[in-house]
Design a binder for this molecule. Structure first.
Ligand SMILES: O=P(O)(O)OC[C@H]1O[C@H](O[C@H]2O[C@H](CO)[C@@H](O)[C@H](O)[C@H]2O)[C@H](O)[C@@H](O)[C@@H]1O
Length: 268
C-alpha cells in the first residue's frame, strides 16, 4: 500500500478542484470484494459511505463495470451516479431507468444467447460446475469455486474454442471467460462516450483487471489530445493481479480495502 503522503500526492489534482474532477471506479475486485458467486457480490457499507460523499462533491462520479449497468447499480446501491456497463457498451445515467446501449453490440444479443442456449445442453458444463452468467449481449462462464477448478478451466478453454469457431470474440477475466460479439468493445470506448460534453479537467480511474487497462488508456489518450489536463490510473493489487495491469498503473493499492482508503482521502 502506498504511504498516505504518496496517495495524497497522486490524488492532489482531484482534491484541488473536485467540481472539475471525475472519479471512475471499477466494481468487482475494486469496490466489491471478490466472492465465489457473482450474485453475492456487494459493496460494503464502509466503502459506500465515502462514495456517497464523493458523489455529492465531485463533478463526475461513475462506476465502469463488466456487469450490466443495472446490475452494477444494484450492487453499488447508489442511484445518483452513472454506471457504464457491459465493458463500456451501456450507459445508465443517474436517475435514468434504462441504459443507452451501443446498437452494434445490441444487434448481437440474440446470437450470443443462442450460443449460450446450445452450451446449456452440454453435460461437461454441468459436470464441471461451470456457471453461466447471462448479460444479455455477453455471456460469462465462471469456474471460481468449482470442485476441480483446473478441470473446469480446461472445460472453459474448450468452450472458448467453440465460441471462436462460431464467430464470437472471447475475453478472459478473473476465473471467468466471456463470450462477446466480435465488435470493438471495451471500457475505454465507454469512458470516451461518458466524457463527451462533461466539463472536467482531471480524472481518476481505479481497477483490478485486464479490462481496466483500456480505461487507463482512454484517460491517457484524453490527456494527450487535450480533453483532460491530467489522468491518475490506480491499479488494485490481489493474488490474481495481471502483470500487465501492474505495469500500466501509476500506483497500486492493496485490494478493496486499499480502494476504500482512496475514497476516504477523496472524501476527506
Ligand atoms: O469490471 P468489473 O466490475 O470488475 O466486473 C468484472 C466481472 O466481475 C464479475 O466477476 C468477478 O467477480 C465475481 C464476484 O466477486 C467473481 O465470482 C468472479 O470470479 C470474477 O470474475 C462479474 O460476474 C462479471 O460479469 C464481470 O465481467
Amino acid at each position: 500500500m502506498p504511504s498516505t503522503a504518496t496517495l495524497d500526492e497522486a490524488l492532489a489534482p482531484l482534491r484541488a478542484d473536485p467540481r472539475r474532477a471525475a472519479v471512475l471506479l471499477d466494481i468487482d475486485g475494486t469496490l466489491a470484494p471478490i466472492v465465489r458467486h457473482a450474485d453475492d457480490a456487494h459493496v460494503p457499507e464502509p466503502t459506500r459511505l465515502p462514495l456517497i460523499a464523493i458523489a455529492k462533491r465531485y463533478g463526475l462520479v461513475a462506476c465502469v463495470s463488466g456487469r450490466r449497468a443495472a446490475t452494477a447499480r444494484r450492487i453499488v446501491s447508489l442511484g445518483s451516479i452513472t454506471y457504464v456497463g457491459n465493458h463500456g457498451t451501456e450507459i445508465l445515467r443517474g436517475g435514468q431507468t434504462h441504459p443507452e446501449v451501443d446498437p452494434e453490440v445490441a444487434a448481437w444479443g440474440r446470437r450470443v444467447r443462442d450460443f449460450a442456449a446450445g452450451e446449456e445442453h452440454r453435460d461437461d458444463l454441468h459436470r464441471l460446475r461451470i456457471r453461466p452468467e447471462d448479460k444479455e449481449v455477453i455471456v460469462g462462464y465462471h469456474w471460481r469455486g468449482a470442485p476441480d477448478e483446473a478441470a473446469a478451466k480446461e472445460g472453459v478453454r474448450a468452450l472458448a474454442q467453440r465460441a471462436e469457431a462460431a464467430g464470437f470474440a472471447t475475453h478472459w477475466g478473473r476465473k471467468v471467460l466471456e463470450v462477446r460479439p466480435p465488435v470493438d468493445l471495451h471500457k475505454g470506448k465507454g469512458i470516451d462516450r461518458l466524457l463527451l460534453g462533461v466539463e472536467v479537467d482531471v480524472a481518476l480511474y481505479v481497477g483490478d483487471d485486464r479490462t481496466d487497462i483500456d480505461a487507463f488508456a482512454a484517460l491517457r489518450t484524453a490527456v494527450a489530445d487535450g480533453r483532460l489536463r491530467e489522468a491518475v490510473c490506480l491499479g488494485v493489487r490481489s493474488d490474481e493481479t495481471p502483470p500487465e495491469l501492474e505495469e500500466a498503473a501509476d500506483l497500486l493499492v492493496d485490494g478493496p480495502l486499499g480502494v476504500r482508503a482512496v475514497l476516504e482521502r477523496l472524501a476527506a
